[in-house]
Design a protein around this ligand. Structure first.
Ligand SMILES: NC(=O)c1ccc[n+]([C@@H]2O[C@H](COP(=O)([O-])OP(=O)(O)OC[C@H]3O[C@@H](n4cnc5c(N)ncnc54)[C@H](OP(=O)(O)O)[C@@H]3O)[C@@H](O)[C@H]2O)c1
Length: 337
């Protein structure tokens, strides 16, 4: 049975969720792929844990013994995993520690499953080239709307088609707030509810001003179409300026507002934007309520494809482990040849 050593950098809410789900699925990996997948190392900003034979299921009641300083470059040097799952903070300005982990791993030939988005939005093309040069693979489902299949849809399911347009409702906070406003709540109250539900951050500007959608659509455009879109060139709207009068007008006209991330094909290049748009009640996007995400793709030969997703707290972890399983699948096929 082939051994797969996995490490996680950034052991917060998502990292712990990945660890728990991976532990639950170990028997499945063995039975389906003949793969003995073990989580051998995790780290946070100040310390890390490493067990060459595998860390046994983590719990709040029985956390693993950690080693101070086992973080940063020393972590990957020590653990030397086969796969790195990067789930530290997203730093889209500098890339931060997440970018350093990803570059170090790819340079060492380690496959990377990125959940943080900073490195991907800054330099997806460079990272892909780095991976190719060193014989590593870079997977990004967890960073591109997670449980909503976006990158896989564009890269695999629509293969051979020319994609004319992509529209996505990809930010939970803005969809929640707009849905609540259409139900009669004021912007401030809807935002407070989003924060109480743990959907919006204490500082919600990142979502409200459209940055979250802009980051996701930039990564998608560059990964799916090699589009060379820069985040700063994405035309971006937010939802903070939506007024009660606009809401009343849309309601009277049977329209539903959504903050939508778009990619449009313009000849031989792609243009990305984030726009506040309205949809009539016959349009499926008008049914994408709070707690849901959606992507719609228009192609030349396969027409229109629409995916709507509603998922719980493990959605992001499951998306990252879908990437892991695709790596296992790919290796199984290679071994069979
Ligand atoms: N939450 C979601 O629903 C969601 C969905 C999709 C993608 N994401 C992405 O997933 C990532 C993690 O989100 P989260 O909600 O799990 O955040 P979180 O709970 O704040 O966890 C982040 C973790 O990263 C660690 N960290 C900070 N600096 C580090 C460093 N230099 N080296 C190693 N670890 C470091 C922190 O460790 P310390 O505790 O030691 O500071 C913390 O435990 C983010 O990039 C986010 O954008 C999240």
């Amino acid at each position: 049975m082939k051994r797969w050593n996995v490490a996680i950098t950034g052991f917060g809410a998502i990292g712990k969720s990945v660890a728990a789900l991976l532990d639950q699925r170990r028997a499945h990996y063995q039975a389906r792929y003949g793969a003995d997948v073990r989580l051998v190392g995790v780290c946070g900003s100040r310390a890390g844990c490493f067990a060459p034979s595998g860390l046994v299921a983590w719990s709040e009641a029985q956390p693993w013994a950690s080693q101070d300083g086992l973080t940063g470059p020393a972590f990957l040097d020590t653990v030397q995993p086969d796969v790195l799952i990067e789930s530290g903070p997203t730093d889209y300005l500098t890339g931060g520690a997440g970018e350093r982990y990803i570059r170090q791993a790819l340079t060492s030939g380690i496959d990377v499953i990125a959940i943080s988005k900073g490195a991907l939005v800054r330099d997806y093309r460079g990272l892909r080239q780095l991976a190719e040069t060193h014989g590593a693979r870079l997977k990004i489902s967890g960073a591109t709307s997670a449980a909503l299949p976006t990158i896989d849809l564009l890269q695999y399911n629509l293969t051979g088609c020319t994609v004319e347009r992509v529209e996505g409702i990809v930010t939970e906070t803005t969809n929640f707030i707009l849905s609540r406003m259409m139900d009669g709540e004021r912007f401030e109250d809807a935002l407070a509810s989003a924060q109480q539900h743990g959907i919006a951050e204490p500082d919600p500007r990142f979502d409200i001003e459209g940055w979250d959608s802009a980051i996701k659509i930039t990564i998608l455009a560059n990964a799916a179409f090699d589009a060379d879109v820069r985040l700063e060139s994405v035309v971006r709207e937010g939802i903070a300026a939506v007024t009660p009068a606009q809401i009343a007008d849309w309601r009277a006209r049977g329209l539903v507002p959504k903050l939508v991330a778009c990619i449009d094909r313009m000849g031989d290049h792609y243009h990305a934007s984030v726009r506040l748009k309205t949809y009539d009640s016959q349009d499926p996007f008008s049914q994408v309520r709070a707690g849901m995400k959606a992507i719609r793709v228009h192609t030349d030969a396969m027409g229109e494809t629409l995916v709507i997703s509603k998922n719980g707290p493990t959605g992001t972890a499951a998306a990252a482990l879908k990437d892991l399983e695709h790596l296992l699948m790919q290796d199984q096929r290679t071994d069979a040849c």
